[in-house]
Design a binder for this molecule. Structure first.
Ligand SMILES: Nc1nc2c(ncn2[C@@H]2O[C@H](COP(=O)(O)OP(=O)(O)OP(=O)(O)O)[C@@H](O)[C@H]2O)c(=O)[nH]1
Ligand SMILES: [Mg+2]
Length: 271
């Protein structure tokens, strides 16, 4: 069975682990009817099983702490072509990507860039600020008399951090298929009829322009891997979410409409 390596990338708290957890929880039994679904069980699943236990009962998956990426390998089958693949996704902790902006690149990242068939890029950005720099600069970056100003990743906005990370990945991997996924879509205030792509163009033009100029095959997705924010849920809402979990209708993606097929961003990269 052919392996397909998809680099799951994104800064800390971008929603990477929650997405792979929802993917496993929804697709595990192979009965979703989605574009991709599991075709048998992986040989090792303790890492994603642990996170799935939390996801099932509306608990946050824990922030990733391992120095090494946890590789998730899922045997999957395409609904449209019948093709069987071994899908490999690394769950890196976001700090590993953040440190790239300060020129610290881990061997694992280099290795993954060398073998990636495409990029699943996660971001958690709300409405953008157009400024390039943080309004409040950190003490280290404030100009000091007769001292060189040293900029670090702490001194730039989250949108620009994401552009710099995309620039690094493009430099290492080149022009490859990329799904750009804005997480926490359940809490976004998106005007009726606006597509995910239009929303990014309006709110994060620097990201939009960078992608358009460097990548040929790209698609934007809004993703809600939890289906809702877990803060302040009342009992009624929890019951509603539990029912949606059973129907596989809790997690969703959004392009120009809502879909419960959260494999769409991966299928886009593979097709
Ligand atoms: N409302 C909402 N919150 C989400 C969703 N997905 C993730 N979150 C929250 O976003 C935070 C970060 O999610 P993670 O999946 O741990 O992010 P990560 O990219 O794996 O973070 P690191 O492991 O630190 O790199 C957690 O508090 C999640 O509960 C979502 O679909 N909706
Ligand atoms: Mg994580």
């Amino acid at each position: 069975m052919e392996s397909k390596n998809i680099l799951l990338a994104g800064l800390p708290a971008a929603g990477k682990s929650t997405y792979v957890t929802a993917l496993w929880a929804v697709e595990k039994d192979g009965k979703s009817g989605h574009l991709l679904s599991c075709d048998g069980l992986p040989s090792e699943s303790s890492y994603i099983d642990g996170m799935r236990d939390n996801w099932m009962v509306l608990k946050e998956v824990r922030r990733t702490a391992f120095a090494e990426p946890q590789e998730i390998v899922l045997p999957m089958k395409s609904l449209n072509t019948g093709e069987k693949i071994s899908l490999v996704l690394p769950d890196f902790k976001g700090e590993v990507f953040l440190r790239i902006l300060d020129n610290v690149v881990s061997e694992n990242i280099r290795e993954w860039c060398g073998k990636a068939d495409g990029i699943l890029f996660m971001l958690n950005l709300g409405n953008a600020s157009p400024e390039f720099f943080q309004e409040e600069m950190s003490e280290s970056a404030k100009p000091k008399v007769e001292m060189e100003v040293v900029m670090t990743s702490n001194d730039i906005t989250d949108a620009i951090k994401n552009v710099l990370l995309l620039k690094f990945l493009w430099g290492e991997i080149g022009d490859c298929p990329i799904s750009i996924c804005f997480s926490c879509w359940d809490i976004r205030d998106v005007a009726e009829g606006l597509t995910a792509e239009q929303w990014v163009k309006e709110n994060h033009p620097c990201i939009y322009n960078f992608i358009a100029e460097h990548f040929t095959d790209y698609r934007y997705f809004g993703i809600s891997a939890q289906g809702a924010d877990y803060q302040g849920l009342d009992e009624e809402h929890e019951d509603d979410l539990a029912e949606k979990t059973t129907r596989k209708e809790r997690a969703f993606v959004y392009t120009d409409k809502k879909s419960f097929d959260i494999t769409e961003p991966i299928d886009y990269i593979l097709s």
